[in-house]
Write a protein that binds this ligand. Structure first.
Ligand code: IPD
Length: 277
């Protein structure tokens, strides 16, 4: 059977690799830092340049496809997922890491059709790890198949999470109370790479049992969500039930037992949705 989206996926892998080279090169140069929604929501010219490079290259090859790109949305483009083939792009996931040369930075490209992610590509460019997943066909890192951890005991687990970029005291309180609850289950430890996409790839690789966060955006998690599920993991909302990629809340876990155990400890809150008018 021919694979309708294989050409697009091959293009995404090539584009992510080229983008990763630009990011690596930019790490050698002076990085001019700007801010977006707040003084801790950072962006650089490299984020903007890389997003444009990816979008231009896709437009030339697939002129009818749509885009949701982190920096395009910041510049005023709509963030609406339709049934059309849509590229969901985070040119640098881990911009704060990039600014500080903290060595986890990823290019994340998800591709959705009928609001379902068909493939996901996450290139962790400083590690030179290319994570890929195609719906129904498994998840891979540099061509090797990925499998989530088999652990079902939360007390034998490592959980990844992040503090995000909100400094609203109410949100920060909820993040800390959730973190305290999860840590004191007790679990073996808490980790965070500083990029949602890499955290999700760590779940898919079996290095951590789960990752949860409130405040992420659709471009941070679209590609990673398929990589986790194709590696055998599950995705849920932080209050249980199905994940909604526009809701800015996610639990990505190796299995339902671990996901539901974490959800019991999360103090939920609801940031403004990505697709809010
Ligand atoms: C951020 C990273 C970070 C997460 C934030 C994201 P960005 O993405 O994924 O780990 O905590 O919620 O916004 O801004 O570097 O693309």
């Amino acid at each position: 059977m021919t694979d309708l989206w294989q050409n697009s996926m091959d293009h995404a892998v090539a584009a992510a690799r080229r983008a990763g080279q630009v990011v690596q090169q930019a790490l050698q140069d002076d990085r001019k830092v700007m801010t977006k929604s707040s003084s801790v929501d950072l962006v650089t010219q490299t984020d903007q340049r890389v997003e444009q490079l990816i979008i231009q290259s896709v437009k030339e090859k697939f002129p009818t496809h749509r885009f949701i790109g982190e920096e395009s949305v910041a510049a005023g483009e709509p963030c609406v997922l339709t049934d059309d083939p849509t590229w969901i792009i985070d040119p640098i996931d881990g911009t704060t890491n990039f600014v500080h040369a903290f060595p986890f930075v990823a290019v994340s490209i998800g591709f959705s059709v009928n609001k379902q992610v068909e493939f996901g590509v996450v290139y962790s460019c400083l590690e030179d790890k290319m994570f890929t997943a195609r719906r129904g066909r498994g998840a891979f890192c540099n061509g090797e198949p990925l499998q989530v951890s088999h652990q079902t005991d939360i007390k034998q687990s490592i959980i990844a999470t992040e503090f995000g970029s909100s400094r609203d005291p109410e949100a920060v309180d909820k993040i800390f109370s959730s973190l305290r609850n999860v840590l004191c289950i007790p679990i073996h430890g808490v980790r965070g790479a500083g990029t949602a996409a890499v955290n999700m790839c760590l779940v898919a690789s079996g290095c951590v049992e789960a990752y949860y966060e409130t405040g992420i955006h659709v471009w941070d998690v679209a590609a990673g969500s398929l990589i986790v599920s194709e590696a055998g993991g599950v995705l849920m909302d932080t209050e249980g039930g199905e994940v909604d990629l526009m809701s800015r809340r996610i639990v990505a876990a190796n299995n339902r037992t671990i996901a539901e155990r974490i959800i019991r400890e999360i103090d939920p809150f609801s940031p403004t949705r990505d697709d809010a008018p």
